[in-house]
Design a protein around this ligand. Structure first.
Ligand code: AMP
Ligand code: MG
Length: 403
Protein backbone atom coordinates (compact mmCIF):
# COMPACT_ATOMS: atom_id res chain seq x y z
CA UNK A 1 0.00 0.00 0.00
CA UNK A 2 1.30 3.43 -0.89
CA UNK A 3 1.87 5.61 2.17
CA UNK A 4 -0.41 8.66 2.43
CA UNK A 5 0.85 11.94 0.97
CA UNK A 6 0.77 14.82 3.47
CA UNK A 7 1.52 18.50 3.15
CA UNK A 8 4.22 19.97 5.37
CA UNK A 9 1.55 21.71 7.46
CA UNK A 10 -0.47 18.51 7.89
CA UNK A 11 2.55 16.52 9.03
CA UNK A 12 3.55 19.27 11.44
CA UNK A 13 0.05 19.40 12.90
CA UNK A 14 0.03 15.64 13.59
CA UNK A 15 3.45 15.81 15.24
CA UNK A 16 2.61 18.76 17.44
CA UNK A 17 -0.71 17.27 18.50
CA UNK A 18 1.06 14.11 19.62
CA UNK A 19 3.94 15.71 21.53
CA UNK A 20 3.61 15.36 25.32
CA UNK A 21 5.93 17.64 27.29
CA UNK A 22 8.17 15.89 29.82
CA UNK A 23 6.73 16.16 33.31
CA UNK A 24 9.84 15.97 35.49
CA UNK A 25 11.52 19.15 36.62
CA UNK A 26 14.73 19.99 38.44
CA UNK A 27 16.41 23.04 39.94
CA UNK A 28 19.58 24.28 38.30
CA UNK A 29 21.86 27.22 39.02
CA UNK A 30 20.88 30.15 36.79
CA UNK A 31 24.48 30.18 35.56
CA UNK A 32 23.97 26.70 34.13
CA UNK A 33 20.46 27.12 32.77
CA UNK A 34 21.28 28.23 29.23
CA UNK A 35 19.02 26.45 26.74
CA UNK A 36 16.80 24.91 29.42
CA UNK A 37 13.03 25.36 29.57
CA UNK A 38 11.41 27.02 32.59
CA UNK A 39 9.02 24.75 34.48
CA UNK A 40 7.26 27.47 36.53
CA UNK A 41 6.45 31.15 36.20
CA UNK A 42 9.20 33.32 37.66
CA UNK A 43 8.19 36.36 39.69
CA UNK A 44 10.34 39.32 40.58
CA UNK A 45 10.91 39.69 44.31
CA UNK A 46 12.25 43.22 43.91
CA UNK A 47 11.83 46.33 41.79
CA UNK A 48 14.52 46.89 39.16
CA UNK A 49 16.04 49.35 39.58
CA UNK A 50 15.49 48.96 43.30
CA UNK A 51 15.82 52.74 43.76
CA UNK A 52 16.04 55.89 41.61
CA UNK A 53 19.60 56.12 40.32
CA UNK A 54 21.65 58.09 37.86
CA UNK A 55 22.26 57.21 34.24
CA UNK A 56 25.19 59.60 33.97
CA UNK A 57 28.29 60.82 35.74
CA UNK A 58 27.42 64.35 36.89
CA UNK A 59 25.62 66.18 39.67
CA UNK A 60 22.42 65.29 41.48
CA UNK A 61 20.35 68.42 42.05
CA UNK A 62 16.91 69.79 42.67
CA UNK A 63 15.76 70.91 39.24
CA UNK A 64 14.20 74.02 40.77
CA UNK A 65 17.63 75.18 42.00
CA UNK A 66 19.01 75.17 38.45
CA UNK A 67 16.31 77.00 36.50
CA UNK A 68 18.64 79.92 35.62
CA UNK A 69 20.90 77.71 33.48
CA UNK A 70 23.95 79.14 35.28
CA UNK A 71 23.47 78.24 38.95
CA UNK A 72 26.53 78.02 41.20
CA UNK A 73 25.93 75.42 43.91
CA UNK A 74 28.14 74.09 46.70
CA UNK A 75 29.02 70.40 46.26
CA UNK A 76 27.85 68.85 49.49
CA UNK A 77 28.86 65.22 48.97
CA UNK A 78 30.30 62.60 46.60
CA UNK A 79 28.26 59.43 45.82
CA UNK A 80 29.95 56.61 43.85
CA UNK A 81 27.89 53.61 42.63
CA UNK A 82 27.18 51.19 45.46
CA UNK A 83 27.22 53.94 48.13
CA UNK A 84 24.27 55.66 49.72
CA UNK A 85 24.41 59.45 50.09
CA UNK A 86 22.89 61.82 52.63
CA UNK A 87 19.66 63.72 51.90
CA UNK A 88 20.40 66.61 49.53
CA UNK A 89 20.01 70.00 51.17
CA UNK A 90 18.19 72.60 49.05
CA UNK A 91 20.58 74.83 47.12
CA UNK A 92 23.36 72.21 46.95
CA UNK A 93 24.55 69.61 44.44
CA UNK A 94 25.96 66.10 44.98
CA UNK A 95 28.76 64.77 42.80
CA UNK A 96 27.33 61.46 41.55
CA UNK A 97 28.50 58.56 39.35
CA UNK A 98 26.58 56.27 36.97
CA UNK A 99 24.52 53.69 38.83
CA UNK A 100 24.62 55.48 42.19
CA UNK A 101 21.35 55.94 44.10
CA UNK A 102 19.95 59.43 43.96
CA UNK A 103 20.07 61.07 47.39
CA UNK A 104 16.71 61.88 48.96
CA UNK A 105 15.56 65.33 47.87
CA UNK A 106 17.33 65.28 44.47
CA UNK A 107 15.04 65.03 41.44
CA UNK A 108 17.40 65.37 38.46
CA UNK A 109 20.93 64.77 37.31
CA UNK A 110 22.98 67.18 35.23
CA UNK A 111 25.66 65.44 33.24
CA UNK A 112 29.17 66.59 33.99
CA UNK A 113 29.61 67.88 30.40
CA UNK A 114 27.03 70.57 31.21
CA UNK A 115 28.84 71.85 34.27
CA UNK A 116 31.97 73.90 34.94
CA UNK A 117 34.25 74.31 37.98
CA UNK A 118 33.24 77.27 40.12
CA UNK A 119 35.96 77.62 42.70
CA UNK A 120 36.70 75.56 45.79
CA UNK A 121 33.89 73.14 46.61
CA UNK A 122 31.35 74.53 44.13
CA UNK A 123 30.07 73.76 40.64
CA UNK A 124 28.39 75.86 37.98
CA UNK A 125 25.32 74.03 36.58
CA UNK A 126 25.05 75.34 33.01
CA UNK A 127 21.80 73.62 32.14
CA UNK A 128 18.24 73.78 33.44
CA UNK A 129 17.25 70.14 33.82
CA UNK A 130 13.69 68.90 33.72
CA UNK A 131 12.55 66.89 36.74
CA UNK A 132 13.66 63.29 36.23
CA UNK A 133 16.43 64.09 33.74
CA UNK A 134 19.02 61.24 33.55
CA UNK A 135 17.24 59.45 36.38
CA UNK A 136 16.43 55.75 36.07
CA UNK A 137 13.23 55.40 38.04
CA UNK A 138 12.62 52.71 40.62
CA UNK A 139 10.86 49.74 38.98
CA UNK A 140 11.02 51.17 35.45
CA UNK A 141 12.44 47.86 34.17
CA UNK A 142 10.70 45.34 36.46
CA UNK A 143 8.01 45.74 39.12
CA UNK A 144 8.21 43.59 42.24
CA UNK A 145 5.57 40.85 42.08
CA UNK A 146 5.32 40.77 38.29
CA UNK A 147 5.90 37.63 36.22
CA UNK A 148 9.15 38.25 34.39
CA UNK A 149 9.38 34.85 32.68
CA UNK A 150 6.42 32.50 32.22
CA UNK A 151 6.64 28.71 32.46
CA UNK A 152 7.57 27.24 29.11
CA UNK A 153 10.16 29.89 28.27
CA UNK A 154 13.32 28.58 26.65
CA UNK A 155 16.17 30.30 28.45
CA UNK A 156 18.63 32.22 26.34
CA UNK A 157 21.27 34.78 27.30
CA UNK A 158 18.58 37.47 27.55
CA UNK A 159 16.29 35.50 29.88
CA UNK A 160 19.20 34.47 32.12
CA UNK A 161 20.30 38.07 32.45
CA UNK A 162 16.77 39.15 33.36
CA UNK A 163 16.40 36.35 35.94
CA UNK A 164 19.73 37.31 37.50
CA UNK A 165 18.74 40.99 37.57
CA UNK A 166 15.99 40.20 40.10
CA UNK A 167 18.36 37.99 42.09
CA UNK A 168 17.24 34.50 41.03
CA UNK A 169 20.21 32.23 41.70
CA UNK A 170 18.44 28.99 40.78
CA UNK A 171 15.66 28.14 38.37
CA UNK A 172 13.19 25.26 38.08
CA UNK A 173 13.50 23.73 34.62
CA UNK A 174 12.19 20.74 32.73
CA UNK A 175 14.60 17.83 32.79
CA UNK A 176 16.63 17.37 29.66
CA UNK A 177 15.18 15.22 26.91
CA UNK A 178 16.84 11.87 26.38
CA UNK A 179 17.21 11.17 22.70
CA UNK A 180 18.56 7.98 21.14
CA UNK A 181 19.90 8.04 17.61
CA UNK A 182 21.02 5.39 15.17
CA UNK A 183 21.92 5.21 11.54
CA UNK A 184 20.88 2.51 9.13
CA UNK A 185 22.78 1.46 6.04
CA UNK A 186 25.34 -1.21 5.22
CA UNK A 187 27.16 1.36 3.08
CA UNK A 188 27.94 3.62 6.06
CA UNK A 189 31.52 4.06 7.23
CA UNK A 190 32.85 6.30 9.98
CA UNK A 191 35.29 9.07 9.15
CA UNK A 192 38.74 7.84 10.14
CA UNK A 193 38.10 4.48 8.46
CA UNK A 194 39.15 3.78 4.86
CA UNK A 195 36.30 3.98 2.37
CA UNK A 196 35.59 0.64 0.65
CA UNK A 197 34.12 0.61 -2.88
CA UNK A 198 30.41 1.43 -2.69
CA UNK A 199 30.67 2.85 0.81
CA UNK A 200 29.99 6.41 1.98
CA UNK A 201 30.80 8.26 5.15
CA UNK A 202 28.11 8.53 7.79
CA UNK A 203 27.68 12.28 7.54
CA UNK A 204 24.17 12.25 9.01
CA UNK A 205 25.58 11.18 12.35
CA UNK A 206 27.51 14.42 12.59
CA UNK A 207 24.74 16.67 11.34
CA UNK A 208 22.11 15.11 13.56
CA UNK A 209 24.26 15.01 16.69
CA UNK A 210 25.16 18.69 16.30
CA UNK A 211 21.51 19.62 15.79
CA UNK A 212 20.47 17.70 18.89
CA UNK A 213 23.27 19.23 20.94
CA UNK A 214 22.04 22.63 19.85
CA UNK A 215 18.70 21.90 21.51
CA UNK A 216 20.31 20.72 24.73
CA UNK A 217 19.24 17.08 24.60
CA UNK A 218 21.07 14.19 26.26
CA UNK A 219 22.08 11.98 23.36
CA UNK A 220 22.68 8.24 23.27
CA UNK A 221 24.27 7.29 19.99
CA UNK A 222 23.82 3.65 18.98
CA UNK A 223 25.93 4.26 15.88
CA UNK A 224 25.52 2.37 12.64
CA UNK A 225 22.96 -0.43 12.65
CA UNK A 226 23.20 -3.00 9.85
CA UNK A 227 20.39 -3.31 7.31
CA UNK A 228 18.65 -6.23 9.01
CA UNK A 229 15.27 -6.49 10.64
CA UNK A 230 16.72 -8.28 13.65
CA UNK A 231 19.42 -5.67 14.35
CA UNK A 232 17.00 -2.80 13.85
CA UNK A 233 14.40 -4.32 16.19
CA UNK A 234 16.98 -5.01 18.89
CA UNK A 235 18.31 -1.48 18.82
CA UNK A 236 14.81 -0.01 18.90
CA UNK A 237 13.88 -2.10 21.93
CA UNK A 238 17.00 -1.12 23.82
CA UNK A 239 16.61 2.55 22.96
CA UNK A 240 12.92 2.66 23.85
CA UNK A 241 13.59 1.53 27.41
CA UNK A 242 15.23 4.74 28.57
CA UNK A 243 14.60 7.51 26.06
CA UNK A 244 11.91 10.05 25.26
CA UNK A 245 12.59 10.02 21.56
CA UNK A 246 14.35 7.78 19.07
CA UNK A 247 15.59 9.33 15.85
CA UNK A 248 16.98 7.31 12.99
CA UNK A 249 18.31 8.16 9.57
CA UNK A 250 17.77 6.09 6.45
CA UNK A 251 15.77 2.99 5.76
CA UNK A 252 12.37 4.70 5.68
CA UNK A 253 11.75 4.27 1.98
CA UNK A 254 9.86 1.19 0.99
CA UNK A 255 12.69 -0.76 -0.64
CA UNK A 256 13.68 -4.29 0.37
CA UNK A 257 16.64 -2.94 2.33
CA UNK A 258 14.51 -0.52 4.30
CA UNK A 259 13.93 -2.27 7.60
CA UNK A 260 12.92 0.62 9.78
CA UNK A 261 9.25 0.46 8.91
CA UNK A 262 8.72 -3.26 9.68
CA UNK A 263 10.94 -3.02 12.75
CA UNK A 264 8.99 -0.13 14.30
CA UNK A 265 5.71 -1.80 13.38
CA UNK A 266 6.84 -4.97 15.13
CA UNK A 267 8.02 -3.14 18.27
CA UNK A 268 5.43 -0.38 18.44
CA UNK A 269 3.32 1.60 16.04
CA UNK A 270 4.25 3.62 13.02
CA UNK A 271 2.92 6.08 10.49
CA UNK A 272 4.99 6.22 7.37
CA UNK A 273 4.39 9.42 5.49
CA UNK A 274 5.19 10.71 2.08
CA UNK A 275 5.45 14.43 2.58
CA UNK A 276 4.89 16.63 -0.43
CA UNK A 277 8.23 18.35 0.00
CA UNK A 278 11.62 18.44 -1.63
CA UNK A 279 14.10 17.59 -0.29
CA UNK A 280 12.52 15.21 2.15
CA UNK A 281 9.56 13.09 1.22
CA UNK A 282 9.68 9.96 3.37
CA UNK A 283 9.27 10.55 7.09
CA UNK A 284 8.29 8.01 9.70
CA UNK A 285 6.58 8.88 12.96
CA UNK A 286 5.50 6.50 15.67
CA UNK A 287 6.02 5.18 19.15
CA UNK A 288 8.02 2.34 20.63
CA UNK A 289 7.16 1.66 24.26
CA UNK A 290 7.37 4.99 26.12
CA UNK A 291 9.47 6.61 23.41
CA UNK A 292 8.43 8.56 20.37
CA UNK A 293 10.02 7.56 17.11
CA UNK A 294 10.99 9.72 14.15
CA UNK A 295 12.63 8.16 11.12
CA UNK A 296 14.40 10.73 8.96
CA UNK A 297 15.29 10.07 5.34
CA UNK A 298 18.83 8.93 4.57
CA UNK A 299 19.72 11.54 2.01
CA UNK A 300 21.81 14.07 3.91
CA UNK A 301 20.06 17.27 2.84
CA UNK A 302 16.65 15.64 3.26
CA UNK A 303 17.62 14.51 6.71
CA UNK A 304 18.87 18.00 7.64
CA UNK A 305 15.83 19.84 6.26
CA UNK A 306 13.27 17.47 7.76
CA UNK A 307 14.99 17.91 11.12
CA UNK A 308 14.67 21.68 10.86
CA UNK A 309 11.05 21.56 9.78
CA UNK A 310 9.66 18.72 11.88
CA UNK A 311 12.03 17.54 14.59
CA UNK A 312 12.78 21.06 15.85
CA UNK A 313 9.18 21.99 16.76
CA UNK A 314 8.50 18.48 18.05
CA UNK A 315 11.56 18.59 20.32
CA UNK A 316 10.68 22.03 21.61
CA UNK A 317 7.22 20.86 22.51
CA UNK A 318 8.53 17.72 24.25
CA UNK A 319 10.89 19.98 26.17
CA UNK A 320 7.90 21.92 27.45
CA UNK A 321 8.31 25.09 25.43
CA UNK A 322 4.92 26.76 25.73
CA UNK A 323 4.67 28.26 22.29
CA UNK A 324 7.43 27.12 19.99
CA UNK A 325 7.92 30.19 17.89
CA UNK A 326 7.69 29.53 14.17
CA UNK A 327 10.99 30.43 12.54
CA UNK A 328 10.87 33.99 11.23
CA UNK A 329 10.76 34.15 7.47
CA UNK A 330 11.28 37.20 5.32
CA UNK A 331 10.07 38.20 1.88
CA UNK A 332 13.19 38.64 -0.24
CA UNK A 333 13.94 39.28 -3.88
CA UNK A 334 15.02 36.32 -5.98
CA UNK A 335 18.00 37.19 -8.17
CA UNK A 336 17.63 34.00 -10.18
CA UNK A 337 15.13 32.14 -12.35
CA UNK A 338 13.60 28.87 -11.24
CA UNK A 339 11.53 28.03 -14.29
CA UNK A 340 10.51 24.47 -13.53
CA UNK A 341 7.61 24.07 -11.13
CA UNK A 342 7.48 21.03 -8.86
CA UNK A 343 4.35 19.45 -7.46
CA UNK A 344 6.03 19.41 -4.09
CA UNK A 345 6.81 22.18 -1.63
CA UNK A 346 10.48 22.94 -2.31
CA UNK A 347 13.00 24.14 0.26
CA UNK A 348 15.72 25.70 -1.84
CA UNK A 349 19.16 26.46 -0.46
CA UNK A 350 19.94 30.10 -1.11
CA UNK A 351 22.30 32.80 -0.05
CA UNK A 352 21.90 36.53 0.57
CA UNK A 353 23.97 38.52 -1.92
CA UNK A 354 25.59 41.94 -1.60
CA UNK A 355 22.67 43.57 -3.44
CA UNK A 356 20.26 42.35 -0.76
CA UNK A 357 18.69 39.68 -2.95
CA UNK A 358 18.97 35.91 -3.00
CA UNK A 359 21.24 33.69 -5.08
CA UNK A 360 20.41 30.04 -5.53
CA UNK A 361 22.87 27.20 -5.08
CA UNK A 362 23.45 25.60 -8.45
CA UNK A 363 22.84 22.01 -7.37
CA UNK A 364 19.68 21.46 -5.32
CA UNK A 365 20.16 17.68 -5.09
CA UNK A 366 19.03 16.11 -1.82
CA UNK A 367 22.46 14.55 -1.28
CA UNK A 368 24.44 17.72 -1.99
CA UNK A 369 25.62 18.86 1.45
CA UNK A 370 27.70 21.70 0.00
CA UNK A 371 24.38 23.48 -0.61
CA UNK A 372 23.76 23.61 3.14
CA UNK A 373 27.18 25.08 3.84
CA UNK A 374 27.05 27.59 0.98
CA UNK A 375 23.51 28.68 1.76
CA UNK A 376 22.32 31.10 4.43
CA UNK A 377 18.94 29.45 4.63
CA UNK A 378 15.93 28.04 2.83
CA UNK A 379 13.44 29.44 0.37
CA UNK A 380 10.00 27.99 1.04
CA UNK A 381 8.68 27.60 -2.51
CA UNK A 382 5.05 26.44 -2.60
CA UNK A 383 3.97 23.51 -4.77
CA UNK A 384 3.62 24.28 -8.46
CA UNK A 385 5.42 27.60 -8.24
CA UNK A 386 8.02 28.94 -10.65
CA UNK A 387 10.24 31.85 -9.70
CA UNK A 388 11.27 34.72 -11.97
CA UNK A 389 14.17 37.00 -11.15
CA UNK A 390 12.87 40.07 -9.32
CA UNK A 391 9.95 38.30 -7.65
CA UNK A 392 9.64 38.04 -3.89
CA UNK A 393 10.13 34.67 -2.22
CA UNK A 394 9.86 33.59 1.40
CA UNK A 395 13.29 33.06 2.98
CA UNK A 396 14.17 31.63 6.39
CA UNK A 397 17.76 31.90 7.60
CA UNK A 398 19.20 28.68 9.04
CA UNK A 399 19.81 30.54 12.29
CA UNK A 400 16.04 30.84 12.74
CA UNK A 401 15.72 27.06 12.81
CA UNK A 402 18.36 26.66 15.46
CA UNK A 403 16.55 28.42 18.26
P1 AMP B 1 17.89 5.35 2.48
O1 AMP B 1 16.94 6.34 3.09
O2 AMP B 1 18.42 4.39 3.46
O3 AMP B 1 17.30 4.71 1.28
O4 AMP B 1 19.12 6.22 1.98
C1 AMP B 1 18.96 7.21 0.98
C2 AMP B 1 20.32 7.76 0.59
O5 AMP B 1 20.94 8.39 1.70
C3 AMP B 1 21.28 6.69 0.12
O6 AMP B 1 22.06 7.22 -0.96
C4 AMP B 1 22.15 6.45 1.33
O7 AMP B 1 23.42 5.96 1.00
C5 AMP B 1 22.23 7.83 1.93
N1 AMP B 1 22.44 7.76 3.37
C6 AMP B 1 21.74 6.97 4.22
N2 AMP B 1 22.19 7.14 5.48
C7 AMP B 1 23.17 8.05 5.43
C8 AMP B 1 24.02 8.64 6.41
N3 AMP B 1 23.93 8.29 7.68
N4 AMP B 1 24.93 9.56 5.99
C9 AMP B 1 25.01 9.90 4.70
N5 AMP B 1 24.23 9.39 3.75
C10 AMP B 1 23.33 8.48 4.09
MG1 MG C 1 19.44 2.65 3.41
Amino acid sequence: MKPPMLTVAEALAVLCAAARPVAETEWVPTLEANGRVLAEDQLAGIDVPSADNTQMDGYAVRAADCASGAAVLPVSQRIPAGHVGQPLQPGTAARIFTGAMLPAGADAVVMQEQTAPAGEGSVMIQHAPRVGEWVRRVGEDVRAGSVILPAGTRLRAQELGLAASVGLARLPVKRRLRVAVFFTGDELTMPGEPLAPGAIYNSNRFTLRALLENFGTVITDFGIVPDSLEATRNTLREAAASHDLIITSGGVSVGEEDHVKPAVEAEGKLNLWQIAMKPGKPLAFGEVGQAFFIGLPGNPVSSFVTFLLFVRPFLLQLQGVAQARAPLSFPMRADFDWPKADRRNEFLRARINAAGGLDLFKNQGSAVLTSTVWGDGLIDNPPGQTIRAGELVRFTPFSEYLQ
